[in-house]
Design a protein around this ligand. Sequence first.
Ligand SMILES: C[S@@+](CC[C@H](N)C(=O)[O-])C[C@H]1O[C@@H](n2cnc3c(N)ncnc32)[C@H](O)[C@@H]1O
Length: 273
Amino acid sequence: MLMTREKPKIIKDQLRFFNENAALEKPDLVAPFFLEYVNKEQTAGFAWLGDREHILDYGCGTGTSIDAFFSTNPSGKNLFVGVDIADVAIQRIKQRYPNFSFYTIENNRIPQLPNGSMDGAYLLHVLHHSHEHEAIFREIYTKLRPGGKFFLSDLSSDNPIIRLFRGLYVLSPRFVTRRFSDDLVVDGAIPEKYKVDPGAVVAQLEAVGFSVKEVSYGHLFLFFFSWFDRFVPLSRFAVFRALYSALWAVEGWLLKFRFFQKNSEVFCVKCIK
Ligand SMILES: C[S@@+](CC[C@H](N)C(=O)[O-])C[C@H]1O[C@@H](n2cnc3c(N)ncnc32)[C@H](O)[C@@H]1O
């Protein structure tokens, strides 16, 4: 009898994962209240970059970040160049934004782009899927003009609640996992996440020449309610939205303290060349 080996629930090959993930259609499973919450750091970064004309999206994926950028900056004046290791993602984003330039890259180099040609750049959720961060920062630095702005937002992969639930996710039945099919999931499997130390990131940014202007933190515990909301959508009711808003404010207050910053999932850095 032929035995079929069970598919791994955590995919270690990042390139394979992101090529497969790029080919999927994603449903809308997050309620508007929590969408605003989960995107708030990114929204603030996009507002900061809004005055830039030529912007590099490093690790652009299929284009959700450009969609979000234009929701924050609806003037439509910004012009994008996007790069990614995943060729399937690049083919999809080219169809969605035919007036911008997109390139599949290797080894953290963008030979297609002249040095000093970008007014701004961002890097969203790439570091916890990649190594050689300093090489990425150096390449972005090289492509920016002097005075160019760079915003990065990433995950430390070190929040205790998220670590616990990632462990449980791979054991969960299908009725649970299908509630997360809008996320980074391919056939119930999720990609490996590497830990990222915000302090080391800041040191590497400074080592390549950036002047770091601000480091901020997000996502301590409120996202847990957003997961619950996928099963029991309490955020449809004003009274729960008021309660969640109060918890949001508490989380923001806690994140002023070093202990909570060290346990937060998201960190963001704004810097200038
Ligand atoms: C979690 S997705 C984020 C996509 C997009 N930045 C966003 O926020 O919607 C990570 C992306 O980074 C890309 N990636 C991973 N390592 C990379 C590297 N070294 N250089 C360029 N892109 C990379 C992956 O292919 C994937 O598209």
